[in-house]
Design a protein around this ligand. Structure first.
Ligand SMILES: Nc1ncnc2c1ncn2[C@@H]1O[C@H](COP(=O)(O)OP(=O)(O)OP(=O)(O)O)[C@@H](O)[C@H]1O
Ligand SMILES: [Mg+2]
Length: 245
């Protein structure tokens, strides 16, 4: 495995309408697979969690592009930045820093509507930023307030996507897993370490997380170009096995 270096500086160039054709196709395929993999309860949003083993594997990029792809198909989507420790949405989406999830959960900000950025990037896609960095992220995400917030939001969306921190580094993704209908695990070519991923999968199994599949981010394309994602359903895929496409 090569060193964990990020390959780009302007992150917005890999998001939404700026994606190239193969990038868009990869996320459309992910969207289609999700539609079949995650059951929808009557009149409530499907809650998807996106996590990985370590930082920098592409969780936030995957969350945003999946949300975009769903909104492009006329679904009403909310993406929540649940990485309260190292938020990146403001930079990625060129949004002004704002109060957000942490402020709501801590009871500092009660006007939720005010914190929903209306139709960011594309019609039908709302975003809640992480907000001010709190001293106790796991506690906030595992709180009754988080559960109550989710319950209050599910009637208004088709999908709620939680961009989570990595399982191998902090417990935050594990504490919200009970709220999640389908957990997606991102692995990144030449980056994800097999033992880190094994550890992550064990942790997710211990909390009975409903892992629905893996996104294989950065897979080399036919022409050796740096790609975006492949999705494999859980059970049919041998963790972070390297593939040529
Ligand atoms: N397939 C890709 N092609 C090009 N750049 C990518 C790709 N995947 C991720 N990146 C870049 O790698 C960096 C890390 O991606 P991202 O922020 O989505 O990862 P993350 O898993 O959310 O990281 P963190 O754990 O720090 O939150 C970003 O600069 C992003 O633009
Ligand atoms: Mg991230």
């Amino acid at each position: 495995m090569s060193k964990k270096t990020n390959r780009v500086t302007d992150q917005s160039s890999f998001i939404g309408s700026k994606l190239n054709f193969s990038g868009k196709e990869a996320y459309n395929l992910l969207r289609t697979n999700i539609m079949f993999s995650v059951r929808r309860e009557d009149r409530r949003a499907r809650i998807l969690g996106v996590t990985s083993s370590v930082h920098g594997e592409g969780k936030s990029l995957t969350s945003i592009n999946l949300a975009y792809s769903l909104a492009e198909n006329n679904y009403k989507v909310l993406i929540m930045e649940c990485d309260l420790r190292l938020p990146t949405f403001a930079k990625k989406l060129k949004l002004p820093p704002s109060a957000g999830l942490s402020n709501i959960l801590a009871g500092i900000e009660t006007d939720q509507q005010n914190l929903l950025h209306k139709d960011v990037l594309i019609k039908g896609l709302n975003i809640v930023q992480a907000g001010d960095i709190p001293p106790n992220p796991s506690e906030l995400l595992g709180s009754k307030q988080f559960q109550a917030l989710m319950n209050s939001l599910v009637p208004y969306y088709d999908f709620i996507i939680l961009d989570l921190p990595p399982v191998g580094e902090v417990t935050d993704a594990l504490v919200v897993s009970e709220q999640v209908d389908g957990m997606i695990v991102v692995v990144r070519q030449d980056y994800t370490n097999q033992s880190d991923l094994n550890y992550t999968m064990r942790q997710l199994e211990l909390v009975d997380a409903k892992v629905v599949g893996f996104v294989y981010n950065g897979a080399a394309g036919k022409k050796g170009k740096y790609g975006y994602g492949k999705y494999k359903k859980y059970g049919k895929y041998a963790y972070a096995k390297k593939r040529d496409s």
